[in-house]
Design a protein around this ligand. Structure first.
Ligand code: SF4
Length: 260
């Protein structure tokens, strides 16, 4: 069993700033997931999202006025050689953008980690702080866009600007990763795009809860499977239930041998 290394630490904004012209090269030159994670935290490529993530960190939500917000891009979280990769949309303004860890500090995170705990992948059932002792088994969680966007809606330009980080993350993880879960249509589309850029010849599969594709690339079998995003919009309305989320994650966990 392999446990994740340390999360990157917050750096002062006066330190290295990766601008849009340098981003693809920095992403591609990252030789480990740990190095990639560290580099991502220095990204300043999207002016609108940099302003938003920093403004939210200053203004804060009333309930979190005493909290020191992270206010920077969010890296992936999990093991260095994942068998299972879970892809979300983007950090939450008062969740990951506050705590510094993906799917941490908001209701979506509790849903996702609750499910991962029930199926034996997450050590604890909640996700409230980067220091909560959470650990994942054979799994990594990441997002298509690394900075919290206004209204949870990155623009197409921002999506494309951030894509080299995801591309490199997949490339570094692919020697061990066998199943990918897309949480929501945005992530579903981003993971197809990244895998195609890495040479995987795969047909388009329409997004829907439980939609899946099993294919072979260079003799290795992969599973791509979709779930509705565990946002409050879906969980409050019953569009996504715990049973539905558990079912998709169990399927991906078993296929990839992240769980037995
Ligand atoms: S969204 Fe991605 S590309 Fe844009 S600033 Fe954040 S980390 Fe950089």
């Amino acid at each position: 069993m392999q446990w994740p290394g340390q999360l990157p630490q917050a750096k002062k904004s006066t330190e290295v700033r990766i601008k849009k012209t340098a981003l693809p090269k920095v992403a591609q030159s990252s030789t480990t997931l740990a190095q990639l994670d560290e580099n991502i935290t220095h990204c300043f490529a999207c002016p609108r999202l940099v302003t938003w993530r920093e403004d939210v960190a200053v203004v804060k939500r009333k309930a979190y006025l005493e909290h020191q917000y992270w206010g920077k891009p969010i890296s992936g979280f999990g093991v260095s050689k994942p068998r299972l990769m879970i892809v979300g949309l983007a950090p939450g303004a008062h969740g990951a953008n506050r705590t510094g860890r993906i799917f941490t500090g908001d209701a979506s995170g509790d849903w996702l980690f609750g499910s991962l705990h029930r199926i034996g992948i997450a050590k604890i059932s909640t996700s409230f702080s980067r220091d909560d002792g959470q650990k994942l088994v054979h799994t990594r969680i990441t997002t298509a866009v690394r900075c919290a966007p206004p209204d949870n809606k990155p623009s197409n330009d921002e999506r494309d600007m951030c894509a080299p980080w995801l591309l490199r993350e997949f490339e570094l993880a692919l020697p061990t990763t066998r199943a990918f879960v897309g949480l929501g249509a945005f992530a579903w589309s981003a993971l197809f795009k990244a895998l195609r850029e890495l040479g995987h010849v795969i047909p388009t599969v329409k997004f829907g809860h439980g939609a899946q594709l099993i294919y072979t690339h260079e003799g290795v079998e992969y599973l791509l499977i979709a779930s509705y995003h565990p946002s409050q919009q879906n969980t409050f309305t019953g569009k996504l239930t715990t049973t539905m989320l558990d079912s998709v994650l169990t399927k991906a966990g078993k296929f990839s041998h992240a769980i037995d």
